[in-house]
Design a protein around this ligand. Sequence first.
Ligand code: PNS
Length: 161
Amino acid sequence: MSTLAVYPGSFDPLTNGHVDIIARGARLFDRIVVAILVNAEKHPLFSLPERVDIAREVFKGHSNVEVDTFEGLLVDYMERRKAQVVVRGLRAISDFEFEFQMALMNRRLNETIETVFMMPDAQYTYISSRLIKEVFSLGGTIEGLVPELVLARLHDKKARV
Ligand code: PNS
């Protein structure tokens, strides 16, 4: 039986930490779906279509990486997709508590679904989408922390305001 993994998140924006986890997941599982949550935030920096477009472009060379969106409970989406594994990244101990709660709540909702935690490369352990947005908006450099495409799109947005 082939294993379908789902990597859910807001991805606003996609960072190199996310890219690292997706690449690891793509090596470990037969197929991995990057599942972007609809309406995670009321005012995201990147719209849902923009986030989908970025992730598809970044992973266009990876035949076993798919980009999709989902609404509602993750476990319901997993069931619809007949996916067995939720992939989440763990950067530091501070991530653990929330991730532990989500994993156990998801297990309570559907005990057949397993959550697998993966550590990104050490160079990405301190980055988050929130910090990327903050540093960029205040004029700091984020080169090397996000895909080139994300950097270009961030500059486009800044030029338009
Ligand atoms: O990128 P994020 O914000 O850390 O991702 C959080 C996400 C999307 C994985 C989580 O909010 C989620 O799964 N939301 C869907 C609704 C749901 O299933 N909630 C119960 C989780 S236990």
